[in-house]
Design a protein. Structure first.
Lengths: 280, 380
């Protein structure tokens, strides 16, 4: 049989490691959508893939760039992508250093790196894929799992309060922070472009569906069920004021949370070096 | 002002500095241009000197949020062309272990300084010790080899730091600079060599992206951002870097090669020093700070006519197996003074059937010459 990819020579295939397609993502998973949007973004922005360095952690979401995206890729340990990416960016500030990983990875085990990178305002593009669960390991509770949800490790319901990650990153000092969902593909695409254009720590929380380890457990069996849920429950940040805090608990506030122009971290380091070179 | 010009000012000079500072100077002369770390006694002086000097040579110092991040950052920077290092002590060294394993698996050259202090846990934070000898060897999970060096003077702190960087490049491996709080904090004379007298092992860079994780026992490296679209992962991978976690054979080939590139080059890597070993009945084996009173004891016992010899280990890992086996054969008993409860004594036992007597001292105070010689006298 001829490989269907051979027949359908899509113009975006040049951005992918085609030899390992199809992806390992479950059917209905949001990871494929995010990969698709990101590839559209680099294509439309005319970014040379040789100018992108992707850094990822461990989890299904980390597989979005690694191994599928054909760019230099550092697939690191669980939660530490931002730490590794910091070294990458300091040495090669001219490159787009992109981190894509899950909510458990970036806000659970790696939460400290996330807020510190935002505070430093280092020019990383961080796309946190929030599927509300530890997907790869089979559906354990995550710092983002909604209250009362039953997961494999909260069999009686989750008694913890979930993180508001975008708000956290905005407060920590990022130059750009937004939240969108895999339902809002065009708005997400626009946000990705903005985040790449913005110098400094740029962060997008992408609410995504994981039918296998999460959707099935909460009565949203198919990927489409979760997408419909995102559609029905998203509130634009511009309309946020109309709702009480209680009403917002079960809603997804989407939009741009912050955009500013604080000095970028590596620029700061390089300025010091320049000054010393002159004074010596 | 470039790197070399700034260093020229120091070359040939005699300084009076601490071991930590000598190690930092060694790193600068070895071409280190990226340091990521987190403060901890007794290693902070390495970071402080690097923070001051690195920007002057066009390099970068960054203080991370913890040691896990520090270790991650130096690996990231190594893949973008950096010669990188971090410095810590026991608690931080513990935190680094997962990412040290990542550096082993991805064959990333970098140097980790561990200025050992008394543990476990916070222990005696300001006191020197040699309790991380085995952690340096086995701290991260899975089969792997590691290179670890133990300086016992200020001059050697400089020289071995250059060597540490060279070995990390030559073998594409993390190298542990395993010093201790004693050597880290004492002050001695340091003569900085002339630039022409310092050998720098260049990084071997591959022309093509193929086989940077196989093909040869020590494959060449690559730098991100050169258009190779290379894939680097801590998961089991094929020689082109692509993940393959299901084939027994791929894992076997990869891990054995990473193991063998150090194991089969032991003779090139291992450094040691011997004293009075031509004619001896008893042997003292020591390293780092405890090698100093050990050698003092050997000298004093020789004066008393006792036939004692000494082996000072400079490379700890891979272990100096051949010389240890050979020298142990010549004697009746072996003594191992160290500032732990016998970590290297136990390793020595693997190479001899003669009695190996531990001369352990813990509690943050180094052995005195008398303590060691009395212990030896009472056992011969
Ligand atoms: C240090 C460490 N702890 C635990 C794991 C096991 N582990 C692998 S992926 C994962 C969670 C993945 O969840 P998330 O980051 O949300 O990504 P997802 O799979 O949902 O995309 C865990 C806990 C690991 N690999 N390393
Ligand atoms: S387990 Fe969930 S996140 Fe992972 S691939 Fe399947 S659907 Fe996607």
């Amino acid at each position: 049989m001829t490989n269907p990819i051979e027949i359908h020579k899509h113009r975006h295939l040049k951005y992918l490691r085609t030899e390992i397609l199809p992806t390992a993502f479950c059917s209905g998973c949001g990871c494929g959508t995010i990969l698709n949007i990101f590839v559209n973004v680099i294509d439309e922005m005319g970014i040379d893939p040789n100018d992108i360095i992707a850094v990822t952690g461990i989890g299904c979401s980390s597989w979005i760039p690694s191994p599928y995206l054909a760019v230099d890729t550092l697939h690191t340990t669980h939660g530490r992508a931002i730490a590794f990416a910091t070294g990458v960016k300091v040495m090669k500030p001219e490159k787009h250093v992109v981190v894509i990983a899950g909510d458990g990875d970036l806000s659970g085990i790696g939460g400290n790196h996330l807020i510190h990178a935002a505070r430093r305002n280092i020019d990383l593009k961080v796309f946190l894929v929030n599927n509300f669960i530890y997907g790869m390991t089979g559906g354990q509770v995550s710092p983002t799992t909604p209250k009362e949800t039953k997961t494999t490790t909260t069999p009686y319901g989750n008694s913890e309060q979930p993180f508001k990650i975008t708000e956290l990153v905005a407060a920590a000092g990022a130059n750009y922070a937004a939240r969108w969902t895999t339902y809002h593909i065009f708005k997400l695409k626009k946000a990705m472009k903005e985040s790449i254009e913005k110098k400094g720590f740029s962060f997008i929380e992408i609410i995504s569906q994981c039918p296998t380890s999460y959707g099935r457990k909460i009565g949203q069996k198919e990927g489409i069920d979760q997408l419909n849920h995102f559609k029905a429950n998203s509130i634009d940040i511009k309309n946020k004021e109309k709702y009480s805090e209680e009403d917002l608990e079960n809603k997804i506030v989407v939009g741009k949370f912050v955009e500013r122009n604080r000095r970028e971290f590596v620029d700061g380091l390089r300025e010091i070096n320049k000054k010393l070179a002159v004074s010596n | 002002m470039n790197n070399k010009e700034y260093l020229k000012d120091f070359a040939g000079k005699t300084l009076f500095v601490q071991g930590d500072e000598a190690a930092a100077y060694g790193a600068l002369f070895a071409g280190c241009n990226f340091f990521a770390g987190y403060p901890i006694t007794p290693a902070s002086e390495v970071a402080e000197l690097m923070a001051k000097e690195l920007p002057k040579v066009g390099g970068f110092y960054i203080q991370m949020e913890d040691e896990i991040a520090s270790m991650g950052a130096i690996v990231g920077a190594a893949w973008t062309g950096g010669k990188t290092m971090t410095a810590t002590s026991g608690p931080g060294f513990s935190l680094m272990q997962e990412n040290i394993g990542y550096a082993c698996m991805t064959e990333t050259p970098c140097v980790i300084v561990d200025v050992q202090r008394s543990g476990p846990s916070t222990g005696q934070a300001t006191k020197g010790a040699q309790g991380d000898m085995m952690q340096a060897r086995w701290g991260t999970h899975g089969d792997h080899e590691i290179i670890a060096l133990c300086p016992n003077s200020i001059q050697e702190s400089f020289d071995l730091m250059v060597e540490a960087f060279n070995l990390s490049e030559k073998f594409r491996s993390p190298v542990i600079f395993l010093t201790d709080g004693e050597i880290g904090h004492i002050r001695e004379k340091l003569v900085i060599p002339e630039l022409k007298d310092i050998f720098i092992q260049p990084r071997r860079i591959s022309e093509s992206k193929v086989d940077i994780f196989g093909g040869e026992r020590i494959p060449p490296m690559i730098e991100f951002g050169q258009g190779h679209k290379i894939h680097v992962t801590g998961s089991t991978h094929k020689s082109n870097g692509m993940r393959d976690v299901s084939s027994q054979n791929v894992h076997d080939v990869l891990i054995r090669r990473i193991y063998e590139k150090i194991e089969l080059n032991r003779d090139i890597i291992v450094k040691y020093e011997t004293h009075f070993t031509d004619d001896m009945d008893y042997l003292v084996i020591s390293y780092g700070a405890s090698a100093r009173p050990s050698l003092g004891a050997v000298h004093s016992l020789r004066k008393q006519g006792k036939k004692i010899g000494m082996l000072r280990l400079i490379t700890i890992w891979p272990f100096a197996d051949k010389i240890t086996r050979e020298l142990c054969k010549k004697v009746k008993k072996v003594f191992v003074p160290e500032m732990n409860l016998g970590q290297i004594a136990r390793e020595v036992e693997r190479f001899t059937s003669n009695p190996v007597i531990k001369i352990s001292k813990i509690g943050g105070v180094s052995h005195t010459i008398n303590e060691i010689s009395e212990e030896i006298i009472s056992n011969i």
